[in-house]
Design a binder for this molecule. Structure first.
Ligand SMILES: CC(C)(COP(=O)(O)OP(=O)(O)OC[C@H]1O[C@@H](n2cnc3c(N)ncnc32)[C@H](O)[C@@H]1OP(=O)(O)O)[C@@H](O)C(=O)NCCC(=O)NCCS
Length: 413
């Protein structure tokens, strides 16, 4: 990769070229507001660019944040944009710049890295593995069985970006929950929302925004799409659902990712009947599932140090491969996690370099091991389709000890 035309992003010099790339990618319209939101976005986080004739033709952007691992909080490098212009495709720019970005995230102290994918396969080449299925639900708000009383909310606009960011950062959190550090990142997301609506309640400490929904309206009857939401207590969650239901006299349908911690179907009246009678229409009530985000470990030692599991401790050798090792070969940076480790899993867990010939061995790619460690699937499931193998007794023992709830980010980026 040496001598490739890569360098750090320089805002004053490069922002116009980056805006042009985003227009070419169809991510924004060629309009002032959209271009300005790209500027807001690129003023935070870290970006790297590739150039042709000194013009930026590829840019990667990442921003720091955190991710919840059970009751622990890990540092997350959230890869928030990877884009190549129309004249620079297929030169390996995106792949190599993202690899460089991963090395920079590691140097900046990030424990893990994650991103939303345009498709499966591309980021697997960089050590990322699929997250679990996320469920998108489209439902008739009038069919919600919620008893919580309706209380008039306050309107939220883009000018509330700091309040919305604060509410997202302080929301009720479960395993896998993500928080991005930068309020400007949230500001850009709000600006990019078409026909936005925001409704919320300021019940937090000192009158701060405690629970809200934000999203896109569509025509008179929807479907409306909820893109962001947060709450701190179950009562507040029920109040948000009552708020959504209150719009059901007019709006026929809402779309959103399931919250993850409960099944929306549980509180829908006659879900199968409604599914049948709305089938074929724009308001079709249904659920669909897909794994659209990927994840990888960057700092194996620290990830394991923050892992606390029930059951008797177990120890094994991990023979780990990481594709970054080849991509970053010849660079003077960190080159991935390929190597041999002794792993301990239990109330106190650890990873240390080396091999103990008295222990059983697990062979895994960093992609598969990251999925196993994060609780995407049990070891025996991952071993069916992913790059993970070992003695059946070792796989069975991993199934026993790694019993984590499914991780959900709860924050799109
Ligand atoms: C995705 C994108 C960034 C790739 O940029 P790029 O600089 O052309 O990528 P690279 O040159 O590093 O890699 C291209 C290679 O990846 C391969 N590839 C693309 N999608 C793939 C997939 N899903 N699985 C495996 N390989 C894939 C291509 O076939 C190509 O292989 P080749 O060079 O052997 O023909 C570019 O197409 C783009 O900007 N798209 C629009 C914006 C977007 O969706 N960005 C991704 C956000 S998550």
């Amino acid at each position: 990769m040496t001598n490739r035309p890569f360098r750090p992003f320089d805002f004053d010099r490069d922002i116009k070229a980056v805006q042009r790339i985003w227009i070419e990618c169809g991510w924004i319209q060629d309009e002032k507001d959209d271009r300005e939101a790209v500027s807001v976005f690129f003023k935070t986080g870290e970006a790297e660019v590739a150039t042709i004739h000194d013009e930026v033709e590829c840019a990667t952007h990442w921003t720091p944040g955190t991710v919840r691992y059970q009751d622990e909080t890990l540092k997350l490098g959230a890869v928030t944009a990877v884009t190549t212009s129309h004249i620079a495709r297929k030169l390996g720019f995106a792949r190599e710049l993202t690899a460089r970005s991963l090395a920079l995230q590691k140097h900046a102290g990030m424990h893990v890295s994650a991103l939303g994918i345009f498709d499966q396969g591309f980021y697997n080449q960089l050590g990322y593995g699929n997250g679990p299925y996320e469920t998108r639900v489209q439902f008739d708000p009038a069919r919600l069985k919620v008893n919580a009383p309706f209380r008039p909310p306050q309107r939220l606009t883009q000018s509330h970006f700091k309040e919305i960011h604060h509410a997202m950062a302080n929301r009720k959190m479960y395993h896998g929950g993500v928080v991005l550090d930068s309020p400007e990142n949230t500001k850009a997301e709000l600006i990019w929302t078409d026909k936005p609506f925001g409704l919320g309640y300021f019940d937090g400490p000192e009158g701060s925004l405690s629970h809200f929904i934000w999203g896109e309206m569509k025509d008179e009857s929807g479907p409306y799409r909820i893109t962001m939401r947060a709450y701190r207590t179950n009562e507040q969650l029920m109040e948000l659902l009552a708020l959504i239901k209150s719009l059901g006299d007019q709006i026929d349908s809402f779309k959103m990712l399931e919250f993850g911690e409960f099944q929306l179907q549980d509180i829908l009246d006659q879900p199968f009947r409604t599914e049948r009678t709305t089938r074929g229409s724009e308001y079709h009530q249904h659920l669909s599932a897909f794994a659209y985000w990927q994840f990888r470990i960057l700092d194996l030692e620290n990830c394991l140090a923050k892992t606390h599991l029930n059951g008797p401790a177990m120890k094994f050798n991990l023979l780990l491969t990481d594709p970054l090792n080849d991509i970053l070969a010849g660079e003077s940076t960190w080159q991935g996690l390929t190597g041999n480790y002794v792993i301990t899993l239990g109330e106190e867990s650890s990873a240390s370099q080396g091999t103990d010939k008295n222990l059983p061995s697990l062979n895994a790619s960093i992609n598969a091991f990251s999925r196993l460690w994060f609780g995407v699937r049990p070891a025996s499931n991952i071993a069916i389709t992913d790059d993970l193998s070992g003695d059946p007794k070792l796989i069975a023992a991993l199934d026993q000890i790694l019993r984590l709830p499914k991780p959900h980010f709860g924050w799109d980026f």
